[in-house]
Design a protein around this ligand. Structure first.
Ligand code: ATP
Ligand code: ATP
Length: 145
Protein backbone atom coordinates (compact mmCIF):
# COMPACT_ATOMS: atom_id res chain seq x y z
CA UNK A 1 0.00 0.00 0.00
CA UNK A 2 0.89 3.62 -0.12
CA UNK A 3 2.83 4.37 3.07
CA UNK A 4 1.66 7.97 3.25
CA UNK A 5 -1.91 6.78 3.20
CA UNK A 6 -1.22 4.34 6.04
CA UNK A 7 0.36 7.01 8.24
CA UNK A 8 -2.56 9.29 7.46
CA UNK A 9 -4.99 6.51 8.34
CA UNK A 10 -3.15 5.73 11.59
CA UNK A 11 -3.28 9.35 12.72
CA UNK A 12 -6.98 9.59 11.97
CA UNK A 13 -7.70 6.45 13.95
CA UNK A 14 -7.08 8.18 17.27
CA UNK A 15 -9.93 10.55 16.48
CA UNK A 16 -12.43 7.93 15.45
CA UNK A 17 -14.26 5.57 17.74
CA UNK A 18 -15.37 1.97 17.59
CA UNK A 19 -18.88 3.20 16.82
CA UNK A 20 -17.62 4.66 13.50
CA UNK A 21 -16.26 1.40 12.11
CA UNK A 22 -18.50 -1.24 13.67
CA UNK A 23 -21.12 -3.26 11.85
CA UNK A 24 -24.37 -2.08 13.49
CA UNK A 25 -26.32 -4.75 15.34
CA UNK A 26 -29.23 -4.41 12.89
CA UNK A 27 -26.91 -5.62 10.10
CA UNK A 28 -25.40 -8.46 12.10
CA UNK A 29 -26.28 -12.00 11.19
CA UNK A 30 -26.91 -13.57 14.57
CA UNK A 31 -28.74 -16.60 15.87
CA UNK A 32 -30.78 -17.15 18.97
CA UNK A 33 -29.26 -19.53 21.54
CA UNK A 34 -32.54 -21.41 21.16
CA UNK A 35 -32.38 -21.70 17.38
CA UNK A 36 -32.40 -25.23 15.99
CA UNK A 37 -29.59 -25.95 13.53
CA UNK A 38 -31.80 -27.64 10.98
CA UNK A 39 -31.12 -27.74 7.25
CA UNK A 40 -32.77 -24.38 6.67
CA UNK A 41 -30.65 -22.62 9.30
CA UNK A 42 -27.47 -24.36 8.14
CA UNK A 43 -28.17 -23.14 4.62
CA UNK A 44 -28.66 -19.57 5.85
CA UNK A 45 -25.34 -19.82 7.70
CA UNK A 46 -23.49 -21.03 4.62
CA UNK A 47 -25.12 -18.48 2.34
CA UNK A 48 -24.02 -15.66 4.65
CA UNK A 49 -20.47 -17.00 4.60
CA UNK A 50 -19.32 -15.49 7.91
CA UNK A 51 -16.84 -17.37 10.09
CA UNK A 52 -18.27 -16.14 13.40
CA UNK A 53 -21.91 -15.81 14.35
CA UNK A 54 -22.93 -13.87 17.45
CA UNK A 55 -25.43 -15.81 19.53
CA UNK A 56 -28.14 -13.78 21.23
CA UNK A 57 -30.47 -14.45 24.14
CA UNK A 58 -33.80 -15.87 22.93
CA UNK A 59 -35.70 -12.83 24.17
CA UNK A 60 -33.27 -10.10 23.16
CA UNK A 61 -31.40 -9.83 19.87
CA UNK A 62 -28.94 -7.34 21.32
CA UNK A 63 -27.87 -9.41 24.29
CA UNK A 64 -25.00 -11.47 22.90
CA UNK A 65 -24.15 -14.53 24.97
CA UNK A 66 -21.28 -15.93 22.89
CA UNK A 67 -19.89 -16.56 19.43
CA UNK A 68 -20.57 -19.63 17.33
CA UNK A 69 -17.60 -20.57 15.14
CA UNK A 70 -18.73 -21.94 11.81
CA UNK A 71 -15.64 -24.19 11.74
CA UNK A 72 -17.19 -26.07 14.68
CA UNK A 73 -20.07 -27.05 12.41
CA UNK A 74 -18.16 -28.75 9.58
CA UNK A 75 -18.89 -32.24 10.86
CA UNK A 76 -22.38 -31.39 12.06
CA UNK A 77 -25.33 -33.27 10.60
CA UNK A 78 -28.42 -31.02 10.36
CA UNK A 79 -30.65 -34.07 10.75
CA UNK A 80 -29.61 -34.24 14.40
CA UNK A 81 -31.38 -30.89 14.93
CA UNK A 82 -29.24 -29.60 17.76
CA UNK A 83 -29.71 -26.15 19.15
CA UNK A 84 -27.12 -23.40 18.99
CA UNK A 85 -26.70 -23.53 22.77
CA UNK A 86 -25.67 -27.20 22.60
CA UNK A 87 -22.38 -26.10 21.04
CA UNK A 88 -19.42 -24.69 22.90
CA UNK A 89 -19.52 -20.99 22.20
CA UNK A 90 -16.52 -18.68 22.27
CA UNK A 91 -16.79 -15.95 24.88
CA UNK A 92 -17.70 -12.58 23.40
CA UNK A 93 -15.53 -9.73 24.60
CA UNK A 94 -16.93 -6.21 24.59
CA UNK A 95 -15.40 -2.77 24.07
CA UNK A 96 -17.06 0.54 24.84
CA UNK A 97 -18.35 2.42 21.80
CA UNK A 98 -16.06 5.39 22.62
CA UNK A 99 -12.85 3.32 22.40
CA UNK A 100 -10.64 4.83 19.71
CA UNK A 101 -9.80 2.82 16.62
CA UNK A 102 -6.06 2.82 17.27
CA UNK A 103 -6.61 1.07 20.63
CA UNK A 104 -8.86 -1.39 18.88
CA UNK A 105 -6.25 -2.17 16.28
CA UNK A 106 -3.65 -2.72 19.02
CA UNK A 107 -6.05 -4.98 20.86
CA UNK A 108 -6.57 -7.12 17.77
CA UNK A 109 -2.83 -7.28 17.17
CA UNK A 110 -2.09 -8.38 20.73
CA UNK A 111 -4.92 -10.73 21.40
CA UNK A 112 -6.46 -13.85 20.06
CA UNK A 113 -9.74 -12.06 19.45
CA UNK A 114 -11.09 -11.76 15.96
CA UNK A 115 -14.45 -10.28 16.84
CA UNK A 116 -15.56 -8.04 19.72
CA UNK A 117 -18.90 -6.58 20.69
CA UNK A 118 -19.38 -2.83 20.81
CA UNK A 119 -21.47 -1.61 23.72
CA UNK A 120 -22.81 1.68 24.98
CA UNK A 121 -23.21 0.48 28.51
CA UNK A 122 -20.38 -0.24 30.96
CA UNK A 123 -22.83 -1.86 33.34
CA UNK A 124 -24.19 -4.13 30.70
CA UNK A 125 -21.37 -4.75 28.20
CA UNK A 126 -23.08 -7.64 26.45
CA UNK A 127 -25.92 -5.41 25.34
CA UNK A 128 -24.40 -4.82 21.90
CA UNK A 129 -24.93 -1.92 19.53
CA UNK A 130 -22.60 -3.52 17.00
CA UNK A 131 -19.70 -5.86 16.32
CA UNK A 132 -16.17 -5.29 15.15
CA UNK A 133 -13.64 -7.59 13.58
CA UNK A 134 -9.94 -7.24 12.94
CA UNK A 135 -10.82 -6.62 9.31
CA UNK A 136 -12.89 -3.51 10.17
CA UNK A 137 -9.90 -2.01 12.03
CA UNK A 138 -7.41 -2.86 9.29
CA UNK A 139 -9.68 -1.42 6.60
CA UNK A 140 -9.88 1.78 8.57
CA UNK A 141 -6.08 1.87 8.77
CA UNK A 142 -5.45 1.36 5.07
CA UNK A 143 -8.30 3.66 4.15
CA UNK A 144 -10.42 1.25 2.19
CA UNK A 145 -14.15 1.21 2.23
P1 ATP B 1 -32.88 -16.43 14.74
O1 ATP B 1 -33.00 -17.61 15.64
O2 ATP B 1 -32.67 -16.79 13.30
O3 ATP B 1 -31.95 -15.38 15.23
P2 ATP B 1 -35.21 -15.27 15.95
O4 ATP B 1 -36.00 -16.42 16.45
O5 ATP B 1 -34.39 -14.47 16.88
O6 ATP B 1 -34.30 -15.76 14.73
P3 ATP B 1 -36.85 -12.94 15.32
O7 ATP B 1 -36.06 -12.10 16.27
O8 ATP B 1 -38.29 -13.22 15.60
O9 ATP B 1 -36.14 -14.36 15.07
O10 ATP B 1 -36.70 -12.35 13.84
C1 ATP B 1 -37.47 -12.87 12.78
C2 ATP B 1 -36.60 -13.08 11.57
O11 ATP B 1 -35.99 -11.85 11.15
C3 ATP B 1 -35.41 -14.00 11.80
O12 ATP B 1 -35.75 -15.37 11.70
C4 ATP B 1 -34.48 -13.60 10.70
O13 ATP B 1 -34.76 -14.26 9.49
C5 ATP B 1 -34.75 -12.13 10.48
N1 ATP B 1 -33.69 -11.27 11.05
C6 ATP B 1 -33.86 -9.98 11.43
N2 ATP B 1 -32.75 -9.45 11.88
C7 ATP B 1 -31.81 -10.41 11.83
C8 ATP B 1 -30.44 -10.48 12.22
N3 ATP B 1 -29.79 -9.41 12.72
N4 ATP B 1 -29.79 -11.64 12.04
C9 ATP B 1 -30.42 -12.70 11.53
N5 ATP B 1 -31.72 -12.70 11.14
C10 ATP B 1 -32.41 -11.57 11.30
P1 ATP C 1 -12.79 -14.51 8.14
O1 ATP C 1 -12.16 -13.57 7.18
O2 ATP C 1 -11.99 -14.72 9.40
O3 ATP C 1 -13.31 -15.76 7.52
P2 ATP C 1 -15.39 -13.25 7.97
O4 ATP C 1 -15.27 -13.22 6.50
O5 ATP C 1 -16.52 -14.00 8.58
O6 ATP C 1 -14.07 -13.73 8.69
P3 ATP C 1 -14.38 -10.66 8.63
O7 ATP C 1 -13.44 -10.78 7.48
O8 ATP C 1 -13.79 -10.68 9.99
O9 ATP C 1 -15.50 -11.78 8.52
O10 ATP C 1 -15.27 -9.37 8.51
C1 ATP C 1 -15.74 -8.89 7.27
C2 ATP C 1 -16.87 -7.92 7.52
O11 ATP C 1 -18.03 -8.65 7.90
C3 ATP C 1 -16.61 -6.95 8.66
O12 ATP C 1 -17.16 -5.69 8.30
C4 ATP C 1 -17.37 -7.54 9.83
O13 ATP C 1 -17.83 -6.55 10.75
C5 ATP C 1 -18.53 -8.22 9.14
N1 ATP C 1 -19.03 -9.40 9.84
C6 ATP C 1 -18.34 -10.43 10.36
N2 ATP C 1 -19.16 -11.35 10.91
C7 ATP C 1 -20.42 -10.89 10.74
C8 ATP C 1 -21.74 -11.37 11.08
N3 ATP C 1 -21.94 -12.53 11.72
N4 ATP C 1 -22.80 -10.60 10.73
C9 ATP C 1 -22.64 -9.42 10.08
N5 ATP C 1 -21.44 -8.92 9.73
C10 ATP C 1 -20.35 -9.64 10.05
Amino acid sequence: FDEVMIVHGALGMRDRSAACIMTPIADVFSLSADAVLDEYTMERIHLKGYSRIPVHAPDNRRRIVGLLLVTNLVRYNPKSCKRVRDFTLDPARAVHSSTNCLSILKMFRQGVYHMVLVSDSRRNPHQAIGILTREDAVEELIGEE
